[in-house]
Ligand binder design. Structure first.
Ligand code: COI
Length: 422
C-alpha cells in the first residue's frame, strides 16, 4: 500500500490525501472480477492488546478522544508515517454507504462448509431471483467497527469474535450454515486491511464492518436454501443519528411490535429490521429520532429501540431489559454492562417497565452503530418526559468515554477486547 509522510505543520486532511489520482473512487466491478492483488495475508498480524482481565482504570471524560487525536496528529515533533487516506471529507462522514475498494466473499458448499473466501472489488452481486434470502428472508447480518489508532497506522477491531459467535447463533435459528469463528475473524481482518485507507483518522469516526450471511441458493417451496454466501463490506461512518452526539428523542410504540416470544427478535436476522420500518418512518415524520418498542404480551416492559438497546439510570443504579429471546443481545450492550460494573455501578438485567422509564434520571441507548447515545426525551401515549439539560447524562457520559477510549486505544485494554491490526 502506498504511504504518505505527514508533515506536522500542514493541514491534516490535505496531507492525508496527497495523491488525488490514487484515491479516486474505484468503479464497481461485477462479482466475477478476479485476479486482484489483495494485501498478502502474511502481513496481517492479529494480537490482543493485553492479556490481563483486571478492571479498567477510570479516565477523565469530556471529549478527550477528539482533542487528543488532533493534538497527536498535528503536534508531533517529527514527521509521522501513516497510511494514505481516501480523499473524502472526513469531517462530515455521517452514517451512509460510501463504497470502498474491496469486499470479502465466501461461499458455502453443498456439505455446509465455507471455504476459499476471497477479496473482490466492491460491487454488485448476482443472485437467483429464487434465492432463499430474497423469497423467504433467510439472511443475517452483523455490524462491528474498526478504529484508527492515534499513531495513524494501527487499526483496532472491537470484539470481532463476539459478532462471529452471534452470527453462528443466529444461523442456527435460521437453519443456515455459518463460518467458523476463525473464518469470520480472519475475513474481517482481511477486509479491513484491504480497505485501510477508508478507516477514518482518530476522532473522525470509524470503519463500519457489515458481514452478511444469506441463502443464495434457489428455492421455490419453503425450505432452507441449498447454498449460502457470506459477504463483508465496509464503509467509513460518523454519527448514526442526525443529532450527532446530542440527545435523541424517542417515541414509545404502543401498537407495532418488533418481536414475539418464540420468534426471531433475539437474532440479527434481516427481517427484524424490515419489520420496524413502518413504525420508524411514522415516528420520523413526527420529528422523533427513533422508536422504543414494548413487549407484545403486556405492552408494559421495555424491549429495544429499532437500531439499539436501551438502558435507564435511577439513583445511580443502571437497568436494562434482560435477554430473553425478544431483544438483540447487543455486543455494545454487553460491553457497557461490563464497563459499568468495573466502574463500580450496580447493573440490573431484568424486566424494566415503561413507568420506570418515565421516572428515570437518565436514559441512553447502546449499539455498534449508535455507540452510546443519550436520550433527551421519551413520549408515551402523548406524554413527553425529558431528561437532563440537552447533553449527555453523567453516568452515560462516563460509560461512553471509557468504552470509546478502549475502542480507540486511548486507554489500556484491560478487558482484552481489542484486536490490533497493523
Ligand atoms: C448496528 O448497530 O451495527 C446495527 O446493526 C444496527 C443497524 C440498524 C445500523
Amino acid at each position: 500500500m502506498e504511504r504518505a509522510v505527514i508533515s506536522p505543520s500542514l493541514n491534516q486532511n490535505y496531507l492525508l490525501c496527497p495523491s488525488r489520482a490514487f484515491s479516486t473512487r474505484l468503479h464497481s466491478f461485477s462479482s466475477s472480477t478476479r485476479n486482484l492483488s489483495p494485501p498478502s495475508s502474511s502481513s496481517i498480524k492479529l494480537q490482543h492488546s493485553s492479556s490481563s482481565s483486571s478492571v479498567l482504570s477510570s479516565v477523565s471524560n469530556g471529549g478527550a478522544s477528539l482533542t487528543r487525536c488532533n493534538a497527536v496528529l498535528s503536534n508531533s515533533s517529527s514527521s509521522t508515517e501513516v497510511s494514505e487516506l481516501a480523499d473524502i471529507d472526513w469531517d462530515n462522514i455521517g452514517f451512509g454507504l460510501k463504497p470502498t475498494d474491496y469486499m470479502y466473499v465466501m461461499k458455502c458448499n453443498i456439505d455446509g462448509e465455507f471455504s476459499k473466501g476471497e477479496l473482490q472489488r466492491f460491487g454488485n452481486i448476482e443472485v437467483s431471483p429464487s434465492a432463499g434470502v430474497l423469497n423467504y428472508g433467510q439472511g443475517l447480518f452483523e455490524g462491528l467497527k474498526a478504529y484508527r489508532k492515534e499513531d495513524g497506522n494501527n487499526i483496532l477491531l472491537f470484539r470481532p469474535e463476539e459478532n462471529a459467535n452471534r452470527m453462528r447463533n443466529g444461523a442456527e435459528r435460521m437453519c443456515m450454515p455459518a463460518p467458523s469463528i476463525e473464518q469470520f475473524v480472519e475475513a474481517v481482518k482481511e477486509t479491513v486491511l484491504a480497505n485501510k485507507r477508508w478507516v477514518p483518522p482518530l476522532g473522525k469516526g470509524s470503519l463500519y464492518v457489515r458481514p452478511l450471511l444469506m441463502g443464495t441458493g434457489a428455492v421455490l417451496g419453503l425450505a432452507p436454501a441449498p447454498e449460502y454466501t457470506f459477504i463483508i463490506y465496509v464503509s467509513p461512518v460518523g454519527n448514526y443519528f442526525k443529532e450527532g452526539v446530542a440527545p435523541i428523542n424517542l417515541i414509545v410504540e404502543n401498537d407495532f411490535h418488533r418481536a414475539t416470544p418464540g420468534g426471531t427478535g433475539g437474532v440479527k436476522t434481516i427481517g427484524n429490521y424490515a419489520a420496524v420500518l413502518k413504525a420508524q418512518s411514522i415516528a420520523k415524520a413526527k420529528g422523533y429520532s427513533d422508536v422504543l418498542y414494548l413487549d407484545c404480551v403486556y405492552k408494559r416492559f421495555l424491549e429495544e429501540v429499532s437500531s439499539c438497546n436501551i438502558f435507564i439510570v435511577k439513583d445511580n443504579v443502571i437497568a436494562t431489559p434482560e435477554i430473553k429471546g425478544t431483544i438483540l443481545p447487543g455486543i455494545t450492550r454487553k460491553s457497557i454492562i461490563d464497563v459499568a460494573r468495573t466502574q463500580g455501578f450496580q447493573v440490573e438485567e431484568r424486566n424494566v417497565t415503561v413507568d420506570e422509564l418515565l421516572e428515570a434520571d437518565e436514559v441512553f441507548c447502546t449499539g455498534t452503530a449508535v455507540v452510546v447515545s443519550p436520550v433527551g426525551s421519551v413520549t408515551y401515549k402523548g406524554k413527553r418526559v425529558s431528561y437532563g439539560e440537552g447533553t449527555f447524562g453523567t453516568v452515560s457520559k462516563q460509560l461512553y468515554t471509557v468504552l470509546t477510549s478502549l475502542q480507540m486505544g486511548l486507554i489500556e485494554d484491560n478487558m482484552n477486547w481489542t484486536v490490533n491490526l497493523s
